[in-house]
Design a binder for this molecule. Structure first.
Ligand SMILES: Nc1ncnc2c1ncn2[C@@H]1O[C@H](COP(=O)(O)OP(=O)(O)OP(=O)(O)O)[C@@H](O)[C@H]1O
Length: 250
C-alpha cells in the first residue's frame, strides 16, 4: 500500500506547563476525508497547526507521502503540498476572486502580472470544482460566506495542495451553504486529495467523513471508520465515558 499522504507519528507539543498534544499519531490517505473531532481543548487546533507548519512539535515526526519533513513555517508546508484553510479564510475583501486565488504567487509575463492568464486559470479551477462564482473579477467582499469559503478551498487546491486541512469549514454557514461546502469537500476527495476536517458538527462528520479520529485531552482516544461507528460511540470517546483505545487504528 502507498504511504499515507500525511502521517503524524508520536507528536508531542507543550506550551510551558500545558501538554497540548501527547504522542499523537494520525494518518490521512489520498481520496479520503478524515474528520478530527474532540471537545474544547482536546488538541484539534494543535494538530492542524502542527500539520500546517504553524507549530513545530517538541518531538515526533510529520511525513508527507512517506517523506519526513520539519516544517518551520506554513510556507514550508505549502511547498510540501499541504494547504490549510482556517476560519478567517485569509481572503482580502477588497481584491477580486482571481487575485485572491493567486495571492503571493501571481503568474507573470515578463515584468507584468499575467492578468488574463490568472483569470483564465482561476475560472478553470472554480469550474473544475463546480464552485458557483459568476465572475472571477468580483470582489471577495461582495460574496456570501459560503462562496468565500469555497473560494478559499479552491485556492488551497490551486496552489497544489494534495493534503487539504479545513478548520471548522461550515461553522459560519447556513444550511444550504453547508451542503454546498460538503459537496465541494467530496469533490476534493474524489480528485485524489487527502482532506482533513476539524468540526464540532457530528452530523456533518457522519455524512462527510470516511474515518473519524477522536482527540481527548491531547491524546488520540480512538480512530473509527465512519461507516462502522455510531454517534453514541463517537460521543463516548469524546467525553471519555468510553475508554480510549490508543493503538487500535481503523
Ligand atoms: N499557544 C498556546 N499557548 C498555551 N496553551 C495552548 C496554546 N495553544 C493551545 N494550548 C492549550 O493546548 C490544549 C489544546 O488546545 P487546542 O486549541 O489544540 O484544542 P482544540 O481541540 O482545538 O480546542 P477548541 O475546540 O476549543 O478550539 C489546551 O489545553 C490549550 O489551552
Amino acid at each position: 500500500m502507498d504511504a499515507p499522504a500525511l502521517q503524524l507519528k508520536g507528536i508531542t507539543k507543550t506550551f510551558g506547563q500545558v501538554t497540548a498534544l501527547s504522542e499523537v499519531d494520525l494518518e490521512a490517505h489520498r481520496g479520503e476525508v478524515l474528520a478530527v473531532v474532540g471537545d474544547n481543548g482536546a488538541g484539534k487546533s494543535s494538530v492542524i497547526r502542527t500539520i500546517s507548519g504553524i507549530h513545530r512539535p517538541d518531538s515526533g515526526e510529520v511525513r508527507v507521502d512517506g517523506v519526513p519533513y520539519d516544517f518551520h513555517s506554513p510556507a514550508d508546508a505549502r511547498r510540501a503540498g499541504v494547504a490549510a484553510v482556517f476560519q478567517d479564510l485569509a481572503l482580502v475583501e477588497v481584491l477580486d476572486v482571481a487575485t485572491n486565488m493567486f495571492l503571493g504567487d501571481f503568474p507573470r509575463r515578463g515584468p507584468f502580472v499575467d492578468r488574463r492568464g490568472m483569470e483564465r486559470e482561476a475560472r478553470r479551477v472554480l469550474d473544475d470544482l463546480a464552485v458557483t462564482v459568476a465572475d472571477v473579477r468580483t470582489e471577495i467582499g461582495m460574496l456570501s460566506g459560503g462562496q468565500r469559503q469555497m473560494v478559499a478551498i479552491a485556492r488551497a487546491m490551486r496552489s497544489g495542495g494534495h493534503v487539504v486541512l479545513l478548520d471548522e469549514p461550515t461553522a459560519a454557514l447556513g444550511v444550504r451553504e453547508t451542503a454546498q461546502a460538503a459537496d465541494l469537500v467530496r469533490r476534493l476527495r474524489d480528485r485524489g486529495a487527502a482532506v482533513i476536517i476539524v468540526s464540532h458538527d457530528l452530523e456533518l462528520v457522519a455524512q462527510l467523513s470516511d474515518r473519524v479520529q477522536v482527540m481527548r485531552l491531547g491524546r488520540v482516544a480512538g480512530v473509527r471508520r465512519t461507516a462502522d461507528t455510531s454517534r453514541d460511540e463517537v460521543v463516548g470517546l469524546i467525553t471519555g465515558s468510553l475508554a480510549a483505545d490508543r493503538g487500535r487504528v481503523a
